[in-house]
Design a protein around this ligand. Structure first.
Ligand SMILES: Nc1ncnc2c1ncn2[C@@H]1O[C@H](COP(=O)(O)OP(=O)(O)OP(=O)(O)O)[C@@H](O)[C@H]1O
Ligand SMILES: [Mg+2]
Length: 243
């Protein structure tokens, strides 16, 4: 098995008295997709925020390519190769779509300047399905295009680890298929991907491993089919297990 690109160990986070991420441990190698499932409020987005550096954990470690980045902030982690989308899109509203994506290309992995930034931004815009909308004001985009913009901005950072938070919801079936192809293409190019998603068939078409969370805890992790069929997952979603 190839060495882990991202290694997350014993992550923990509380908001006041509420323990939201409880001893979460997982690894992602380059060229591997880890799917994350779990009911609303399970702590998935919070876990992603701890990995991206948007939140500091109460305990645990985040290691990227062998280097401990637990104390590195969100900008530093982005520069070191962690790209992410936001579940609730966060565009720079008063900038154009292209400018938003250029911000990603400028602040991402390595030091991209001049023409290279434009090449990255143009590639990302096309891959995310935003061609033709480059000059639109980001604040004027409808929700689906805002989600596409999240993906484009993350891709423009040229990440090694890509964190995706519910990007398939609301897409038409052909659009979901295009997204699945894109994720498979990124995986083939060596990215490690963590994909939180409720659109189960999109996950099942792409992920190498699946992790299920409830109440901040990992209740199952491993082969996607086995996790899908596990009593733990069925219990988490349905509350009961069929006899
Ligand atoms: N900044 C915060 N302050 C206080 N509580 C929070 C904060 N962020 C999240 N929570 C709470 O933490 C819990 C987990 O939230 P989180 O957004 O991580 O869940 P999720 O699994 O991503 O859910 P969903 O599927 O709805 O996106 C919820 O109970 C939520 O209300
Ligand atoms: Mg969430």
């Amino acid at each position: 098995m190839s060495e882990s690109l991202l290694s997350v160990a014993n992550l923990r986070k509380s908001f006041g008295a509420l323990l939201v991420v409880d001893d979460v441990t997982f690894d992602v190698a380059g060229g591997e997709v880890l799917g994350v499932m779990g009911p609303n409020g399970a702590g998935k987005t919070t876990m992603l925020n701890l990995v991206s550096g948007a939140l500091a954990p109460d305990g645990g470690r985040v290691v990227l390519a062998g280097k401990d980045v637990t104390r590195v902030g969100v900008v530093g982690r982005c520069r070191r190769g962690i790209g992410r989308t936001h579940q609730v899109p966060r565009p720079f509203e008063r900038m154009s779509v292209f400018e938003n994506i250029l911000v990603g290309a400028t602040n991402g992995g390595g030091t991209h300047r001049g023409r290279e930034r434009y090449r990255l931004a143009n590639g990302a815009i096309e891959r995310a399905g935003l061609s033709g909308k480059a000059n639109r004001l980001a604040g004027s985009l409808p929700l689906l295009d805002r989600k596409r913009l999240e993906l484009a901005r993350a891709l423009a950072t040229a990440p090694e680890i890509l964190l995706l938070d519910e990007i398939a919801g609301g897409l038409t079936e052909p659009e979901v298929q295009k997204l699945v192809e894109l994720v498979l293409e990124l995986r083939a190019s060596g990215l490690g991907i963590v994909w939180i998603e409720h659109v189960v068939h999109a996950l099942m078409a792409t992920v190498d491993r699946l992790m299920a969370l409830t109440y901040g805890r990992v209740i199952a992790q491993g082969d996607p089919q086995e996790v899908m069929e596990s009593e733990e997952l069925q219990h988490a979603y349905l509350g009961t297990v069929a006899p």
